[in-house]
Write a protein that binds this ligand. Structure first.
Ligand code: NAP
Length: 308
């Protein structure tokens, strides 16, 4: 079967760190073009400053992977879908839930694939955690996602703007895992969002959720963590405790620990290839809806100004 000719749109940190190597290592794909307003592109691959310019060219492209900040993603995705291209959305799938719903309807009407990716769901420990929890009674769960924004998001002005989600940019990864592994749906009970005086998006948040059978789930997000970083989910069940650490890469069950290789982005691209071949879409907005609920229902507090 001919490889899928994919273009990357938005050559920034995640495109360079993960998308380019994942595409290079997957025989189902060939990198046909790149699009980025300021980045010069990749040696030997057609490069354009805008998606318009790519679509007006004679470079053949079957699919685009949108690796831009979320605030500009809708227009790019709608344009790509309208031109008959399959679309891979980096997380979060958009700046609002409504625009993701509009894209979903557009993809369905035009018969092309829309994939709202959640890379953390492809971390090594996540699938076995989901399988293990499927028949357990959940007593409580705790999410602790504390990292140093200066290390992980240096100079990314968009992440502090409305729609950039602030500390929920990493926090939504934790929610993408929790919504996938916990056997019952859960919803927000309360939240406090802490926003620096000079910023438009939160630097920290404390959230309390409850699942549909009453189990409490807490979430502690903080971008001011220096030293060791925490990307941990602990689930207490009727038969013992499950722990996912290192962002889902390491799973510890009551009878021991399991490690495997990190295959998040190769896993995402393998799934995208299957969706494209089968002309299916995969758009799950559950993680984003929980974040939207935190912005809808949470208490706001202003905290000390924060500079990169
Ligand atoms: P980033 O380093 O700021 O890169 C985003 C790039 O998008 C910029 O370099 C910019 O390219 C390009 N861009 C902006 N507007 C554009 C437009 N209208 N058309 C085409 N390109 C445009 O951000 P990032 O960290 O890669 O994050 C991008 C997305 O990936 C976010 O949604 C983030 O949540 C997600 N993600 C990031 C990570 C991570 O570790 N950083 C991990 C997983 C997922 P120019 O430089 O050419 O202007």
């Amino acid at each position: 079967m001919a490889p899928i000719r994919v273009a990357i749109v938005g050559i920034g940190k995640i495109a360079l760190d993960q998308h380019l190597p994942a595409i290079a290592g997957d025989t189902d794909f060939v990198l046909a073009a790149t699009v980025s307003p300021n980045h010069p592109g990749v040696d030997g691959v057609a490069h354009f400053k805008t998606l318009d310019a790519l679509l007006a060219s004679d470079v053949g492209v079957d699919a685009v992977a949108l690796c831009t900040p979320p605030q500009v993603r809708y227009d790019l995705a709608a344009q790509a879908l309208a031109s008959g291209r399959h679309v891979f959305l980096e997380k979060p799938p958009g700046a609002t839930l409504s625009e993701v719903a509009a894209l979903t309807a557009q993809a369905e009407a035009s018969g092309v694939t829309l994939f709202a990716s959640w890379h953390s769901r492809f971390a090594a420990g996540v699938a076995p955690a989901r399988a293990w929890l499927a028949d357990k009674r959940i007593v409580r769960a705790a999410i602790v996602w504390r990292e140093d924004v200066r290390v992980w998001h240096p100079g990314q002005a968009w992440i502090w703007e409305p729609g950039g989600l602030g500390v929920f940019d990493p926090g939504i990864n934790a929610l993408s895992i929790a919504t996938h592994i916990l056997p019952q749906p859960f919803f927000l009970a309360s939240a406090t969002l802490s926003t620096p005086a000079n910023r438009a998006a939160p630097i920290a948040a404390d959230l309390a959720f409850r699942d549909s059978v009453g189990a409490p789930i807490t979430m502690d997000l903080d971008w001011r963590q220096t030293g060791p970083q925490s990307w941990d989910i602990t689930v207490d069940t009727d038969v013992g405790t499950l722990a996912l650490s290192k962002g889902g890469a390491v799973l510890t069950l009551p009878d021991g620990e399991q490690h495997s290789d990190d295959r998040e982005y190769p896993g995402l691209y393998a799934h995208f290839a299957t969706l494209v071949r089968e002309r299916r879409s995969d758009v799950d907005t559950d993680p984003m809806r929980l974040v939207a609920d935190a912005f809808l229902r949470g208490t706001r507090e202003t905290v000390e100004a924060f500079d990169d």
